[in-house]
Design a protein. Structure first.
Lengths: 267, 125
């Protein structure tokens, strides 16, 4: 660790590090602001890990990349996937430490730069680095990355609509049903289960398949009709089971809107 | 003896697709009573299936339901007739229907009344 620190300080005199220092400062300023805004704990960890008081941003870069975890790696200004860090190279993007180590090598290649040994001699084992990346993953604080990850990784959860909200005929019925706290809680739990990908037929006790993608879910307190269309779940109706009139209204609306008879003839 | 006999009933939530393994919601009308009582009717196989599917050793607490061997109109009517015995003023049907309306305050009120009656009986002795 000390050896690394010495190297860091000597790097500033190397001609190879003239440019790097400028880059480093830019990155560190940005990173410092980012950290300061988003994660105070990280800054503290950094200071502790270095064993030195927190230095101004211009000095933090070199000393930080050379230190072992947990302080060694926090100066990761941006995730590797953004491509904003010119010093990221060679290693898998998940190990964000590589960016820091690479930062010591402005040549951008393993052996082509002025100080490739920084990376090769890094005392931080890969396993440990991965662990660190879990603990100090700044990427999660970067709004840009949040947006990006959302775009890039579509959520697996099935889409869920609540078209009963826009159904004027069922407005009173559903409003009355959800006024009942039992129904409300039950409905919330049901939504959660649907969000987890549970088939509506598996929700409640012996739900009935009405055909046409419609399922009549028997909750303990409420009755729900859910329509599945191309994987999209749509709650089309809710009624409190204790209300005869509301159940009838629900049946009428299902017949009218979906041509499904949930109230067949009497016996 | 015609009072409280089952006049008619109909399913709510569609007809059962499997008469041995299913559950239906039923609205019942009694003779001389226009009110529609709601009961849930299921089969033993459906209860068993539910426990197996959810890997449960028991059925979670819930409102009582009428259990029949098969979900045919004939059997359902037979069961409903048993739940609407005239001399009991359709006690069981009304009980099954009303539990959904009860809350813990209602139960505690009845429980207090019950405790008081027991206490009075003890005092009498």
């Amino acid at each position: 660790m000390f050896g690394k620190a010495q190297l860091s300080s000597s790097q500033s005199s190397s001609p190879n590090f003239g440019n790097q220092e400028v880059h480093q400062r830019l990155i560190d300023d940005r990173e410092f602001n980012l950290l300061e805004e988003n994660n105070q704990q990280v800054i503290l960890a950094k200071g502790e890990g270095q064993g030195n008081p927190i230095t101004p941003p211009t000095n933090r870069g070199l000393s930080s990349f050379s230190t072992p975890p947990p302080g060694g790696r926090p100066s990761q200004p941006s995730p590797p996937t953004t491509g904003r860090n010119p010093f990221i190279y060679r290693r898998t993007p998940r190990v964000v430490d590589q960016g820091l180590n690479a930062g010591a090598n402005p040549a951008g290649a393993d052996n082509g730069g002025g100080a490739p040994e920084f990376e090769e001699n890094s005392p931080v084992p890969n396993k440990e680095q991965s662990q660190e990346s879990k603990n100090y993953d700044y990427r999660s604080n970067d709004p840009q990355n949040k947006k990006k990850s959302k775009d890039q990784c579509p959520i697996d959860q099935p889409e869920l609509n609540e078209s009963f909200k826009s159904n004027s005929s069922l407005k009173k019925v559903t409003k009355r049903a959800l006024r009942n706290q039992h129904v409300k809680r039950e409905y919330t739990r049901m939504l959660k289960r649907i969000g987890e990908g549970v088939d509506p037929m598996d929700i409640g006790q012996n739900s009935t398949n009405l055909g046409g993608g419609l399922v009549y879910v028997r909750g303990r307190h409420g009755r729900y009709t859910i329509k599945t269309n191309n994987g999209v779940k749509d709650v089309v109706g809710i009624a409190y089971r204790g209300s005869r009139n509301d159940m009838k209204t629900l049946a009428k609306e299902m017949k009218k809107s979906y041509n499904v008879n949930i109230k067949p003839g009497g016996y | 003896m015609k009072e409280n006999q089952v006049k008619s009933f109909y399913f709510m939530g569609g007809v059962p697709t499997d008469i041995y393994n299913g559950t239906v919601d039923v609205f019942v009308t009694l003779e001389g009573d226009d009110f529609e009582y709601w009961v849930e009717i299921t089969t033993p196989q459906a209860l068993s299936f539910h426990m197996e599917k959810n890997k449960e050793n028991f059925i979670e607490p819930g409102y009582p339901c009428i259990i029949v061997h098969e979900l045919t109109p004939l059997v359902i009517r037979e069961a409903l007739e048993a739940f609407t015995v005239d001399k009991e003023d359709a006690f069981w049907l009304k009980l099954y229907h009303l539990t959904v309306e009860w809350n813990i305050n209602d139960l505690n009120t009845i429980l207090d009344r019950h405790k008081k009656r027991l206490q009075d009986e003890e005092n009498e002795d």
